[in-house]
Design a protein around this ligand. Structure first.
Ligand code: MN
Length: 345
């Protein structure tokens, strides 16, 4: 049998979800299908969010002369008749109401009765912090999967996907193997890397995964870049009236850890960063996740960003400008800085 596992690409929770799904399938589903796990081939395919159709139906096609199952984990639903398994925990799990209705029908027998839990193969629950923890829960309660050896992996998938770091130091100093693996997973440009990593995530402790010869050498240059970003933001960040502003457009970079401003200035409430990458100039507007200010007294940053054509959530938002509109981006950033410094929280 061929099992194709489609997972949220360049995401720690996506890779862990693919790994835990594989182990669950091998330990619980193969015996139900009377298959020797040695005769099952697991293949991994990363999925990214993009405009329009997310899936090319042909990628789910049955393999010639081999029984095939397709699974999607930590990513949107597909109504493809060739989709066997689906697990997601995102609010935006369905692209359309028709997809939602298709999913609802998959929970019923041909006569319209709710299927017993052990016959369900498609699952969504937005109350789970990580898809990894959701797969573990369903696999354990519906199929008798033993999740005990995976407790550490599940713990870290929740911390990373929920950004539940204990402190700015934990978020920025990245002492834990899970955070170092996250840094590598989010920045890899090698399409073969994550598929190679996935099977190891549920067969080795995370520290041992990080020590693999194909993993370990990737870390030092990323940590070096991270340290460069910390030093640059340290030089530029100005904290006044609870709001940090920094402009690093003269050092274009594809990304940096968004908790750095609060690591440098733990007393700040808001942070506005102006930065530049190959494809945009970005105004990033955030609230310190560790602020002691009660949520009711905090400004809704999504509303501010929407005024400038951006968006986001109440606590964190962003506005993207084309790379050649740096001055417009700077003007917007400085207006927002003035507005937030005028707030009395
Ligand atoms: Mn996730």
């Amino acid at each position: 049998m061929l099992v194709r596992v489609f997972y949220h690409d360049k995401c720690f929770d996506g890779a862990c979800s693919a790994s835990i799904f594989t182990r669950f399938h091998r330990e619980c589903i193969a015996p139900r299908l009377n298959l020797d796990p040695a005769n099952i081939q697991y293949q991994y395919h990363g999925l990214v969010h993009r405009a329009g159709a997310l899936f090319d139906e042909s990628t789910f096609a049955p393999a010639p002369s081999t029984p095939t199952q397709n699974a999607i984990v930590d990513f949107k639903y597909s109504p493809s008749p060739n989709l066997t398994w689906w697990f997601d925990h995102h609010l935006s799990a369905f692209l359309t109401p028709a997809d939602r209705a298709h999913f609802d029908r998959s929970q019923l027998s041909p006569t319209g009765q709710p299927l017993p839990p052990a016959q369900l193969t498609k699952f969504v629950d937005t109350s789970y912090t990580s898809c990894t923890s959701y797969i573990a829960h369903i696999a354990q309660t519906h199929f008798g999967f033993n999740t005990a050896p995976l407790a550490d992996l599940i713990h870290w998938a929740n911390i990373v996907d929920g950004a539940l770091y204990a402190s700015p130091t934990a978020a920025v100093e990245m002492a834990e193997p899970a955070m170092k693996l996250t840094l590598i997973i989010e920045s890899t440009q090698d399409p073969a890397f994550i598929p190679r990593l996935i099977p190891l995530l549920t067969s080795l402790p995370l520290a041992d995964v990080l020590a693999q010869p194909f993993v370990a050498p990737l870390l030092p240059p990323l940590l070096q870049h991270h340290q460069f970003a910390i030093n640059l933001i340290r030089q530029r960040a100005q904290l006044h009236q609870g709001t940090i502003f920094f402009d690093i457009t003269d050092h274009p970079m594809e990304g940096f850890n968004k908790f750095i401003p609060y690591y440098l200035h733990p007393d700040a409430v808001y942070s506005i960063g102006l930065s530049k990458s190959s494809f945009r100039t970005k105004v990033a507007v955030g609230t310190n996740p560790w602020t002691k200010i009660p949520p009711a007294n905090l400004v809704n940053l999504a509303q501010i960003c929407e005024r400038y054509g951006g968006g986001g959530h109440a606590r964190v938002g962003a506005i993207s400008f084309p790379p050649d509109q740096e001055e417009a981006a700077r003007k917007a950033a400085l207006e927002i800085v003035t507005e937030l410094r005028g707030q009395k929280p």
